[in-house]
Design a protein around this ligand. Structure first.
Ligand SMILES: [Zn+2]
Ligand SMILES: [Zn+2]
Length: 64
């Protein structure tokens, strides 16, 4: 069972993408930050714009 080839395996970097929970775009997970509220992924672009929480947490903060 040790005949697995490495040839056809996808490059890990190409899978380094996560859906930003603030803007909904797919961004690089390694460049994003966790949401302050629930630690879900928030992309670097949003973080630069001052968004440190995902939409859900922002909505909760406003609604409370
Ligand atoms: Zn974003
Ligand atoms: Zn959150």
């Amino acid at each position: 069972m040790a005949t697995q080839t490495t040839k056809d395996r996808p490059v890990l970097r190409e899978r380094d993408a996560m859906l930003c929970r603030a803007c909904g775009r797919e961004e690089r997970a390694s460049e994003g930050y966790p949401c302050e509220g629930c630690e879900t992924f928030v992309c670097l672009v949003c973080t630069i714009r001052g968004v440190t929480r995902c939409r859900d947490c922002v909505a909760k903060a406003k609604g409370a």
